[in-house]
Each structure stands twice: as C-alpha cells, then as structure tokens.
Ligand binder design. Structure first.
Ligand code: TRP
Ligand code: MN
Length: 452
C-alpha cells in the first residue's frame, strides 16, 4: 500500500519554503484554502495528459510560456490578454508553418512563488528576508513588506481564480477563433519585421478558411476553429499552498493538485529525497522537471522512477535549461540515458534560464542570439540521439518591454533601461517571441520530416 498523503512532504527536508513567524495564522490560511473550490477539474488533467502523450510520440509540440513571476499589482485584463495573444500567435505560427498540433500551456494563473539563492538580503547595513514572490511577501525592501504573510496565500488563490476565469473566456469565447487571427497582433508589433511576417501568414490562413468555406466546409459547425484548449502551470514551490489545494477525485479515488494543470519542480527543489518530489509523486497532474547542466543521468533516472513508476504516457515533461554554451555537451547523455531506459517523456527546451547575464549598466538580461543558439543546440542534440524535441518553455510578456538584448529591434545595453519592467527575470517581448516561433517552426518542420 502506498502511504502517500497530501501532507507526507512534511516529513522530508523542504528547501525554499518561507519561515512564517506565526504558525497559527499560517494554519488558519491553509484551512481556509482547503475549504475553497479547486481551480481546475480532474477531467482537464486527463485531457492534458493525453495531449502530452501525443507530444511524447512526436505527434504534437508543447508551447509553455508566460511571466517569470506574476505579481499582485499587475492583475488586470490587459497583461493577461496580451500574454495570451502572443501565445496564440506563436501557436498559430507553429501549427501553420510546421503543420504540427500545438499544446498550449501558460506559466500563468498561479506563478507567484520564487526560489532564492539566499534566505536573506542585506542592503545599507540592514538584513531582511529575501523576496520570495507575491504569494509569500512584498518585494519592497522594508521589514514590514519582507515579513512572510499567510494572508497572501488567499490573495494568490483569488488572483489565480480571476486570471483563470479570464483565460477560459478568451480561449473559449471567440477571441481565439482562427477567423480573428489578424486581431492578435499588438500595435507595436505590427510594424516590426516579425509583425509583417506574421500578417502574411495570417493572410494565408484567412484565405485558406475562405477557400474551405467556398468548397462547402461549414466553419460554423467546426468547433475546433473557434476555440483553443489552454492549460495553466507554475512551479510547485510553495507546498503549504499546493497541499491545501490538493483534492481527492471521488470517482477515481486519486489525488490531484487543484492549483494548476501542470506543476513543475525547479532545478533547486528536485532532490530525490526532498519534500517537493514527495508531494508531486502523489498527484495525477503532469509533472515538469527542470534539468540544468549539472544534472546526472542517474539522478534523472531515479527521479523518473519515483515520479512515474508505471511509465505513463503524458506524465513527465523534462525541461532542459542548459545554457547555450553547454547544451551540446550536457544534453545528449541525458537523452541517451532516458531513451535507453525505455522511457519517452516530453523533452522541452527552456532557453531562458541558462542564459541570464548582467549588462554593463547593471540590468539582468538575456541575449536573444544565445536563446536561439540554445534552441538550435536542443534540436541538434535530439537529431543526434534519435529522440523527439517536444517543446519550448519560455519567459515572455505581451507588453512592449526592453528586457532581453537583440532581436530584430536590436535592444542594446543603452536601450534596456527604456522599458525594463520585470521584477524578476528578463522576458522576451511580443516581437522577440514571434521571431523565436518562426525559428522553431523552421527547425521543427525539418525535425518532423527527418526519419526517427
Ligand atoms: N483549435 C485548434 C488548435 O488549438 C485551432 C485553433 C483555433 C488555433 N484557434 C487557434 C490554433 C489559435 C492556434 C492558435 O490548434
Ligand atoms: Mn525565471
């Protein structure tokens, strides 16, 4: 008998959790969360697992993107809608140009907790707890803001619920209809080279739809054209929150995480004996695992044994974040080990987190060229090992920011400061995201044609 319980992680070493000063108010917040409805429905998890199983077989591509960290202050219709429209644009580029179905997953509606390299931060002779994301404390450098506050768990829940509600409306209510493809381009992207390239592609889609209609195909009767399936994900870092939203599906008698569809383990919290692995082992949700350049084949195989003992299709997404200069060395041994163990998880490329640098004027940034280089290296490693490059995990925003250097707009050190808005990692803007999608469409098309 499997002794797993939603609380069994509490007996394990738990990294990256905040030290709450008042255990009683934490327990009270957990009780309130536990009484609230799950944000998602178990049937949606089964559906996502089926979609990811198709990715594992090389029949579809996973597109997972959004903010590094969401913020309580940024909740409004506009940021959510603009992020969603960029994901739609990228998805339609891949679907059309690579003729490949795309599974769309946002880093959204719950991405509020951040791992930190140090528990404290010192400035001007004062030492305070580190900022751990809006679900824990405030980013302002003051003792009051940095005190972990359990009431924030409930705020995170309600922000997630409101965001998810809007996303469901956008996905199902007509906004994502393929006939609307021209309306997804933001004004500031439209005039860029990527924007123009997208408009050409959108014209071709509109023509194809008109052609099919003229042939007697009734678009009104084809629900696939009018809506998309859109799933949510975040790093399952804050285990008090995740546990409180864990629910038993009465029909299946199985546990699932009710905070998002897909949950992932960070590079710092994937220790085999640790609390985060223990929690995720027991829920039905698809589980992502971030893998950096120091991940050893044996560690990965042990993790897979624990998280997916029955080798179920669609359960595991391995997210490689190697760095553009390391991917060619570090990835193939992992691909081989996993393949030789007879497993076919989804392999996804995170070209963001291994490529973060500091600009000459002190901004945390990423070079667009190195991001592209890691993506190319990821595809090349899969071609070499005969495995399938199944997805992309990226940080972006639909807003017109200047946070990553390069791209067709040639953001430079000098222009980073113009619209640098991220409270956390630098994100691709709308036109850089499109440029990335066009590149991937090309390499994906080639990879899918090549015999495996
Ligand atoms: N429903 C299909 C899909 O998700 C087609 C589709 C409708 C679509 N709207 C879309 C594809 C927007 C990409 C983007 O693939
Ligand atoms: Mn990040």
């Amino acid at each position: 008998m499997d002794p797993w319980q939603p609380s069994s992680w509490r007996d394990r070493p738990a990294l990256q959790l905040p030290a709450y000063p008042d255990a009683q108010s934490l327990a009270a917040a957990e009780r309130r969360l536990a009484a609230l409805p799950s944000l998602i429905f178990p049937g949606e998890i089964s559906q996502l697992r089926q979609r990811l199983a198709a990715v594992g077989r090389g029949e579809a591509f996973l597109l997972q993107g959004g903010d590094c960290a969401e913020s309580f202050d940024e909740l409004g219709e506009q940021p959510v809608e603009s992020t969603f429209r960029v994901i739609l644009q990228m998805a339609v580029v891949l679907t059309y140009a690579a003729a490949c179905p795309v599974v769309k997953v946002g880093r959204i509606a719950g991405q509020f907790a951040k791992p930190r390299s140090s528990d404290t931060e010192t400035a001007g002779g004062i030492t305070l707890p580190s900022y751990r994301g809006d679900i824990v404390n405030g980013s302002e450098f003051s003792a009051a803001a940095r005190q972990p506050d359990p009431a924030r768990l409930l705020t995170a829940y309600s922000h997630s619920a409101a965001t998810l509600n809007l996303l469901r409306a956008l996905a199902q209510g007509g906004f994502a209809d393929l006939h609307e493809v021209h309306r997804w381009t933001a004004d500031f992207v439209r005039s860029s080279p990527q924007g123009e390239r997208f408009e050409e592609l959108a014209d071709r889609i509109t023509q194809s739809l008109a052609f099919m209609q003229a042939c007697g195909f009734d678009a009104a009767r084809a629900p696939q054209l009018h809506a998309v399936e859109f799933y949510t994900s975040h790093e399952a870092l804050h285990l008090h929150y995740e546990q409180a939203l864990t629910r038993l599906d009465a029909r299946e008698q199985r546990w699932y995480g009710g905070s998002a569809h897909l949950l992932w383990l960070g590079e710092r919290t994937r220790a085999v004996e640790g609390a985060h692995v223990e929690y995720l082992r027991g829920v039905r949700n698809p589980v992502g695992v971030k893998l950096g350049p120091t991940a050893r084949p044996d560690d990965v195989l042990r993790l897979l044994e624990i998280l997916d003992p029955l080798q179920e299709p669609g359960r595991i997404v391995l997210i490689a974040r190697m760095g553009s200069d390391k991917v060619a060395q570090a990835l193939p041994p992992l691909l081989r080990a996993v393949r030789d163990a007879g497993r076919a998880p989804v392999w996804c490329c995170d070209p963001m987190h291994g490529n973060t640098v500091t600009s000459s004027n002190g901004y945390k940034t990423r070079d667009f060229e190195r991001i592209l280089q890691e993506v190319r290296g990821f595809f090349a490693a899969h071609a070499q090992e005969g495995t399938y490059p199944g997805g992309l995990h990226f940080e972006m925003t639909g807003q017109d920011v200047t946070e990553c250097r390069g791209g067709a707009q040639a953001v430079s050190d000098a222009t980073l400061g113009e619209r640098y808005r991220s409270a956390c990692d630098p994100r691709l803007n709308g036109s850089q995201s499109l440029e990335l999608a066009f590149l991937i469409a090309d390499v994906l098309k080639a990879a899918r044609r090549a015999p495996r």
